[in-house]
Design a protein around this ligand. Structure first.
Ligand SMILES: Cc1ncc(COP(=O)(O)O)c(C=O)c1O
Length: 307
């Protein structure tokens, strides 16, 4: 179980989790799922200093999510950026996971949120490897889900909207129940979309492919980071639709996400991927990723928000 940190941030102020960390049962977002959130990691780097990774981009996406569902946050993006750093400092956390959210509070009940106030919060907790250290080292086992990813006219794939995550929760629950580590979802046309909380990449004959942003996928910030790192490493990469059989026949498959970082996939639907372990290109990009987020690779200072 996750242990939230003792202090959180709400509407511009640091507060105590124990006494103020709850909301009304009439919170509109709780009933109808219209709320926006983010997942961000802060790391202690090799030089002993800490930084939030790609904070600005995460907060920008939070505001994009709000825009998609027509929530007007009560505070600005810079307040949220400050709030994220303040929560980490107030809890004395040199690394950790941040969960900013914008919620519609209690007020009008019914589908249409007419007079509901917005709540802005940032919580923090310590979170190790989301899919396990063994997953990072050896790779995980995935199942193609019986749940399709939302059609682009059913939900907003480009937003992290609370209610939309029922799709991910069902897919993950199904995969775990069947003995796998993670779900991979196809879109309604049958193309590979993404994991329940990760973007997907495959490697075939030395070239990386990942679904394009026009697909029903979240525009993952880790995805963007890995694309940049692959370019820097001179590894060919294209954004193109992926079919299920291409997935089974890939030399390497890996998932990316703030929580999952860069996690190799060693098996999909009982088919061994490549050699059944972390592949060479995956290992190179994973190493580069960890060097950039918490090691001594300072080649992207623009991605680091020191606190
Ligand atoms: C559905 C989904 N896809 C992909 C990702 C990866 O996005 P990011 O790398 O920005 O964390 C996430 C996590 O936020 C997600 O929930």
């Amino acid at each position: 179980m996750v242990e939230p940190a003792l202090k959180f941030w709400r509407d511009g102020e640091i507060r105590d989790w124990a006494t103020q960390g709850s909301v009304s049962l009439l919170t509109h977002s709780l009933h109808y799922g219209v709320g926006a959130f983010e997942g961000i990691r802060a790391y202690r780097r090799a030089d002993g200093r800490s930084a939030v990774f790609r904070l600005r981009e995460h907060i920008k996406r939070l505001y994009d999510s709000c825009r998609l569902v027509m929530i007007t946050p009560n505070l600005g993006p810079l307040d949220f950026e400050r709030g994220c750093c303040e929560v980490l400092s107030a809890n004395g956390m040199s690394d950790g996971y941040l969960r900013p959210m914008v919620l519609l509070g209690d007020g009008a009940m019914g589908i249409l949120p007419v007079s509901n106030p917005t709540l802005s919060v940032v919580m923090a907790w310590s979170w190790g490897a989301y899919l396990g250290q063994e997953g990072l080292d050896r790779g995980i086992r995935c199942k193609v889900s019986s749940y399709a990813r939302h059609h682009i006219n059913v939900a907003f794939a480009k937003g992290k909207i609370t209610g939309q995550y029922i799709n991910s929760v069902m897919a993950k629950t199904e995969a775990k129940g069947a003995g796998f580590d993670e779900a991979l979802m196809l879109d309604v046309n049958g193309y590979v979309s993404e994991g329940s909380g990760e973007n997907i990449f495959l490697v075939k004959d030395g070239r990386i492919t990942t679904p394009p942003l026009s697909a029903s996928i979240l525009a993952g910030i880790t995805r963007d980071t890995v694309i940049t790192l692959a370019e820097e490493e001179g590894i060919p990469l294209r954004e193109a639709p992926i079919t299920r059989d291409e997935l089974y026949l890939a030399d390497e498959v890996f998932l990316t996400g703030t929580a999952a970082e860069v996690t190799p996939v060693r098996e999909v639907d009982h088919r061994t991927i490549g050699q059944g372990c972390r592949g060479e290109i995956t290992a190179r990009l994973q190493q580069r990723y960890f060097d950039v987020v918490k090691g001594s690779d300072d080649s992207h200072p623009e991605w680091l928000a020191r606190y």
